[in-house]
Design a protein around this ligand. Structure first.
Ligand SMILES: *Cc1c(COP(=O)(O)O)cnc(C)c1O
Length: 466
C-alpha cells in the first residue's frame, strides 16, 4: 500500500515538530537537526511513514498495540461511547457503566482474589497510586513507619516522580532529584550481563536473596512492599532465571510484605497467559496494568488490588485521598473492555501460545548462530538478542555501551523494521496478532539488519571486546 494521507511535506512537518513539540526521552536539539520520523498510519502489524515506507512494527508501538493497528471495531466503540457519555467522573459517589463493566471484566481475568480495580491514565500514574496505596494500607494497620518500597536496579515503572523513583534506571535518577525518599533498590536477575561464572539458577537465587538481606538491613517494620516486573521490559527484556521468582515469593510470604507485580507490559497476553504472574507463578497483592489493557487505542491504566489490601483501605473509616480526573474515563474504559472481549473472541492467547510463539521461537533462537549475537531469548512474544564481539565470553563491546545497538536499530529502520535497542541489546514485542508469514518478513529484515551492522562495525574497527 503506497497511498499516503494528504499532509504537508515531511520537511515542513519536521520543522514544525522541531519548533513546537518537545519529545519524551529525547535530546530535542539533536533531533531537530536530524528531523523526526513521522508515522502517518497503521494497519495490522505495519506502520506507514510520511515518505510512504511500510514498516513492520516489531515493538507494537511501545509494547501496547497488541491487537494491531487500524481496527474498526475499537474505533466504533470509542465513537459510540463519546456520543453516549463522553466523560463523567468517579469521585463523588458516582460511577458509570464502562468503568463498572471493565472493572468486573478485569477482576474476572485476574488470578486469585485480585478483585478490585483503581483506575489511572497510564502505567506511571498507576504506580504512583501503588506507592500511596501500600503506605496507606500500613497506616491503617497502625504501622505508618512501614513505608519503604524495595524495587530493582534497571527496573522500569514509569517516569513520574513516583514511577521514576520505583524504577532503577540510572539515567532517570540522575535528573531532578530522584528517587524520592523511602524507595530503595536491589540487584536485578540479569544473568547474561551480571551472572559471571554462576549458573543462571544459582545467580537467580543470589539476586532474590538480596531482598531478604535488604529487609533484614532495614528491619521488617520499615518495609511496606516489593515491586518488580515479572519480566523486565525497558531494561532489555530480562527473562529471570527459573529460581528467581519462587524465592522472591518465599521471602515476601515469610516477612509478610506486600508484593506488587508491574504487569504493564506482561499483562494481557504478552507472555502467553493473561498475566506474566500466571506464566511465572507469582502471587501478587497488587498488579500494575496499562499498555495492552486497551491495545494502546486509548490511554488507560490501573491497579488490580487483592481483597486484603482493598478491605483494609476501604474500611478505614476515611476517604482514600487520591484520584485522577480521568480515573476510569468512559471512552478509554469502553475501548479497553472491547479490546479484552476481542482477545477472547479471537482466541488471542491461543494464537500466542500455539502459533506465533512457537513459530517465532524457532527462528529467533536460530539468530543466536549469527556472529554478532551472544544470546537470543523469547518468552511469549517478548524477545531479546544480546550483541557481542565474542560469543564465548558474552563480552561487551569496547565502544561506549549502546553504540552498536544504536547502529543496529538504524539498520533496522533502513530495512523497514522497528526493533528497539537497550544498550547493545535488541528487543522486540510485536503485536500479539502477528501471523507466521509476517514473522518470516520480520526475521528476514532482522537478519539483513544484523548482517549489515556486522559488516559496518567490522569496517569501522568496532568489533572489539571491552
Ligand atoms: C511503560 C511502563 C510503565 C509506565 O507506563 P506509562 O503508561 O508509560 O506511564 C510502567 N511499568 C512498566 C513495566 C512499563 O513497561
Amino acid at each position: 500500500m503506497t497511498q499516503i494521507t494528504n499532509h504537508l511535506p515531511t520537511k515542513e512537518l519536521q520543522a514544525l515538530d522541531a519548533a513546537h513539540h518537545m519529545h519524551p526521552f529525547t535530546e530535542d536539539a539533536a533531533l531537530a537537526k536530524k528531523g523526526a520520523r513521522i508515522i502517518t498510519r497503521g494497519k495490522g502489524v505495519y506502520l506507514t511513514d510520511s515518505e510512504g515506507h511500510e514498516i513492520l512494527d516489531g515493538m507494537a508501538g511501545l509494547w501496547c498495540v497488541n491487537l494491531g493497528y487500524g481496527r474498526k471495531d475499537l474505533a466504533e466503540v470509542a465513537a459510540r461511547q463519546m456520543e453516549e457519555l463522553c466523560y463523567y467522573n468517579t469521585f463523588f459517589q458516582t460511577s458509570h457503566v464502562p468503568a463498572i463493566a471493565l472493572a468486573a471484566k478485569i477482576a474476572e481475568l485476574a488470578p486469585g482474589d485480585l478483585n478490585h480495580v483503581f483506575y489511572a491514565g497510564s502505567g506511571s500514574e498507576a504506580n504512583d497510586t501503588n506507592i500511596r496505596l501500600v503506605r496507606r494500607y500500613w497506616e491503617v494497620k497502625g504501622k505508618p513507619e512501614k513505608n519503604i518500597i524495595i524495587a530493582r536496579k534497571n527496573g522500569y515503572h514509569g517516569s513520574t516522580m513516583g514511577g521514576g523513583s520505583l524504577g532503577g534506571m540510572a539515567g532517570i535518577h540522575a535528573q531532578g532529584g530522584l528517587p524520592i525518599p523511602n524507595i530503595t533498590h536491589i540487584g536485578q536477575p540479569h544473568w547474561y550481563e551480571e551472572g559471571g561464572d554462576m549458573t543462571p539458577e544459582e545467580f537467580g537465587l543470589i539476586r532474590a536473596r538480596e531482598l531478604e538481606d535488604k529487609i533484614n538491613e532495614l528491619g521488617v517494620d520499615r518495609v511496606a512492599a516489593f515491586i518488580g516486573e515479572p519480566v523486565q521490559g525497558a531494561g532489555g527484556v530480562v527473562i529471570p532465571p527459573s529460581t528467581y521468582w519462587p524465592e522472591i515469593q518465599r521471602i515476601c510470604d515469610k516477612y509478610g510484605i506486600l508484593l506488587i507485580a508491574d504487569e504493564v507490559i506482561t499483562g494481557f497476553g504478552r507472555t502467553g497467559n493473561w498475566f506474566g504472574s500466571d506464566t511465572l507463578g507469582i502471587k501478587p497483592h497488587i498488579m500494575t496494568i496499562a499498555k495492552g489493557l486497551s491495545s494502546g487505542y486509548a490511554p488507560i491504566g490501573g491497579s488490580i488490588i487483592c481483597d486484603e489490601v482493598y478491605n483494609t483501605v476501604a474500611n478505614s473509616g476515611e476517604d482514600f485521598n487520591h484520584g485522577y480526573t480521568y480515573c476510569g474515563h468512559p471512552v478509554a474504559a469502553a475501548v479497553a473492555l472491547r479490546n479484552l472481549e476481542i482477545m477472547e473472541e479471537e482466541n488471542i492467547l491461543d494464537h500466542v501460545r500455539n502459533v506465533a510463539h512457537p513459530y517465532l521461537a524457532k527462528k529467533w533462537s536460530a539468530l543466536a548462530d549469527h556472529p554478532l549475537v551472544g544470546e537470543a531469548r523469547l518468552i511469549g512474544l517478548m524477545g531479546t538478542i544480546a550483541l557481542t564481539p565474542d560469543k564465548a565470553t558474552r563480552a561487551a563491546f569496547a565502544s561506549e555501551t549502546g553504540t552498536i545497538g544504536y547502529r543496529c536499530r538504524e539498520r533496522c529502520f533502513a530495512n523497514n523494521l522497528v526493533m528497539r535497542h537497550v544498550g547493545d541489546r535488541m528487543i522486540i514485542s510485536p503485536p500479539l496478532v502477528i501471523k507466521p508469514e509476517e514473522i518470516d518478513v520480520f526475521i528476514e529484515r532482522a537478519t539483513k539488519s544484523l548482517d549489515e551492522t556486522y559488516a559496518e562495525i567490522k569496517a569501522d574497527g568496532l568489533l572489539k571486546a571491552a
